[in-house]
Design a protein. Structure first.
Length: 88
């Protein structure tokens, strides 16, 4: 397991951390780990939410691209192509 050292931690921040740890019945170390986990989960959730917001825009862009394509293209009958290939 990794070790993390924090230098120059302001005294008032450390005091708040001690109070929070005491109110949660945790050590300062356990409280810091909990806070870091919560912060990282929150950040990951925000990133996921942003990605989900982009989905409707992407779907709309796909729909517009599909509509802008030419539809008057005549594709050859695959049966005829297969028959032609077999007759060679």
């Amino acid at each position: 397991m990794a070790t993390l050292y924090v230098r120059n931690l302001p005294d008032d921040l450390y005091a708040k951390l001690q109070e929070l740890a005491a109110s949660e019945h945790r050590s300062i170390n356990a409280q810091v780990i909990t806070l870091l986990e919560q912060a990282l989960k929150t950040e990951a959730q925000q990133i996921e939410d942003e990605r989900r917001k982009n989905v409707p825009k992407l779907l709309e862009e796909i729909r517009l691209r599909r509509e802008s394509r030419q539809t008057d293209v005549e594709w050859p009958d695959s049966t005829a192509l297969i028959r032609e290939d077999r007759d060679r």
